[in-house]
Design a protein around this ligand. Structure first.
Ligand SMILES: [Zn+2]
Length: 73
């Protein structure tokens, strides 16, 4: 299994995603009617070591801004 983010990066990405200081990353398919409001926005993505995943479909995003992965916010 190849990982996209380290465990520590996942923690920091989750903090950024829910901190309210930034617009959360959201799914490209979030307008299809099957997506709900979670973690601050409709179809907001969840960070994992395999990349961002959508809770509502199979969308995966394999990148994040560098500043989001660091510990200092
Ligand atoms: Zn989705």
């Amino acid at each position: 299994m190849s990982t996209v983010f380290s465990a520590d990066e996942v923690v920091n990405l989750a903090k950024h995603q829910t901190a309210g200081n930034f617009h959360p990353f959201t799914c490209a398919n979030r307008s299809d009617g099957n997506h709900r409001n979670v973690f601050g926005d409709t179809g907001a993505l969840v960070p994992t070591v395999r990349g961002w995943i959508c809770p509502f479909c199979d969308y995966i995003q394999g990148w994040a801004h560098g500043f989001m992965k660091g510990g200092e916010a």
